[in-house]
Ligand binder design. Structure first.
Ligand SMILES: [Zn+2]
Length: 494
């Protein structure tokens, strides 16, 4: 016996079995129960979300021979139910609109539609990809739609609803099929694996479901491919079929980035590539991880927008706490730029590696929360005063350009230690470009500067940011000449 692909073997047979389109199934059940079935339906939605499946269930419900009239629970045993499920019933005609798009086909349909059904209650025409019909064909169809014989029902489906003429749409009851949520696809795949007696862990199936991107048919096709190998869903097989790295591997990269450990991130990337994952797929996975962290950071780790199995949610939630939301948003931009640059690049790997380094460094440089933490670590106390903290937090953290932070204000702790400045004075550290030689060091003398640089805190901070001492700003300037004030502005502008 020929192998029956899973998508066909496990196609839903009743309204109750429908996965992910429950509201539509409920409406149709109610229509059948109340005898208010429309004479024409339009099913819209991307491929593999259950439009044909729903059309066949509806056709079975209308024509099942196991009942005296239309039923919301077709028997799936009578000749009509079986033939409709196979797609070759005499009274339920399935037409592929893409290959039968001309006026002749629709004329033929109209000529046949006037005859009563052969054995069932209704003659049902299911036209898939109805948007492909020619304009003449649509016009011919419209005439039938305007005055349909009582025994005729139409079900149209399309992946491109906007291409269906408004005159047709307005004569149909329209149902928009949604993309099926990843977790629902994953559940269904697990059910199928159970029935097929195949071993598969939930995380692996979740990755398959995620790759299916809302299409149950794609999910089942991927599962078919996986099972064609060893009959077991393993990580190696998933990488072979999907070409995507494991979630835990991606988490390891992001974790390294969060710690500012560029070398570790590059090491993880190398391991991922060795396992057979392509560069672009690695970048996509990294982008997904950043998206999930951004969602965890803004909507909470339990948000349903996050496409992750339960086991990975906590990890990504914890990781997200190590970034600020703007850093994550910025990161997505950086990753997107890398993804775009990959195509046709002769230095694709270098580009991706540079991206990882930049993300790792960006976190080190740009995230103000981690800056504050680092400064706290250095001083052993929080930056003095709420004002100092606010100054830091208010700095733009995006730094979208070359990853060069502008100057960073070091709160009064520095000045205090220096002993010379006013209590709430603050130093400016700018990096990486040195100030023009012509610019003297603001209001500080060379001796003063040397003195400041001896301060271990200043040394640590300049080392941390690759910066250099440019100026000392004092909030009470009367003692300073006017040009010193000007200089402090220059330092600010970078
Ligand atoms: Zn039946």
């Amino acid at each position: 016996m020929a192998y029956l692909v899973l998508a066909r073997k496990y196609r839903s047979r009743t309204f109750e079995e429908v996965v992910g389109q429950e509201p539509i199934a409920r409406t149709l059940v109610n229509a059948i129960k109340s005898g208010r079935v429309s004479h024409a339906y339009l099913f819209t939605g991307t491929r593999g979300v259950g439009k044909t499946t729903m059309a066949r269930i509806l056709a079975k419900g209308l024509n099942c021979l196991g009942d005296d009239g239309p039923t919301p629970q077709p028997c799936n045993k009578c000749d009509a139910c079986l033939a409709i499920a196979r797609g070759d019933d005499v009274d339920v005609v399935e037409i592929d609109g893409a290959s039968n798009r001309g006026i002749d086909q629709i004329r033929e349909l109209r000529a046949n539609a006037i005859f009563a059904p052969a054995r069932c209650r209704y003659k049902i025409y299911y036209i898939d990809e109805v948007h492909s019909l020619t304009r003449d064909a649509f016009n011919a169809l419209l005439k039938t739609l305007e005055e349909p014989p009582g025994h005729v029902k139409f079900i149209f489906s399309t992946t491109e609803a906007e291409k269906v003429p408004a005159t047709i749409v307005s004569r149909c009851q329209r149902f928009d099929f949604r993309n099926i949520p990843t977790c629902r696809i994953a559940e269904h795949l697990a059910m199928v694996c159970g029935k097929e007696k195949v071993k598969a862990d939930d995380d692996a199936l979740f990755r398959v479901a995620r790759a299916a991107a809302g299409s149950m048919r794609d999910g089942l096709s991927l599962l078919d491919q996986l099972l064609s190998g060893l009959g077991e869903v393993t990580d190696e097989e998933i990488i072979r079929v999907l070409g995507t790295p494991g979630d835990e591997r991606v988490v390891a990269i992001v974790s390294a980035i969060a710690g500012g450990e560029a070398a570790a991130a590059l090491g993880e990337l190398a391991r991922i590539l060795e396992s057979g994952v392509t560069l672009s797929s690695a970048v996509t996975s990294l982008g997904d991880a950043y998206r999930n962290m951004m969602l965890a950071s803004t909507c909470g780790a339990d948000s349903e927008l996050i496409e992750l199995p339960e086991s990975q949610r906590e990890a990504i939630g914890t990781l997200a706490e190590r970034f600020s939301t703007p850093t994550l948003v910025h990161g997505i931009g950086v990753i997107q730029a890398a993804g775009r640059g990959l195509r046709g690049s002769s230095v694709a790997r270098a580009l991706v590696e540079a991206t990882l380094v930049r993300l790792a460094e960006a976190e080190k440089f740009v995230d103000s929360d981690s800056l504050i933490r680092r400064i706290e670590d250095l001083t052993g106390s929080p930056p003095a005063g709420a004002r100092g903290r606010k100054d830091l937090a208010a700095r733009p953290r995006g730094g979208a350009g070359a990853g060069d932070p502008s100057s960073v204000s070091i709160p009064s702790a520095v000045a205090d230690r220096r002993g010379g400045a006013a209590a709430d004075g603050s130093s400016s550290v700018s990096s990486p470009s040195p100030p023009p030689a012509a610019r003297a060091f603001g209001g500080i003398s060379t001796a003063e500067r040397t003195e400041i640089l001896k301060d271990p805190l200043v040394t640590a901070v300049t080392g941390l940011f690759g910066g250099e001492l440019v100026d000392v700003r004092r909030d009470s300037p009367p003692a300073e000449p006017p040009d010193a004030v000007e200089n402090s502005d220059v330092a600010e502008g970078n």
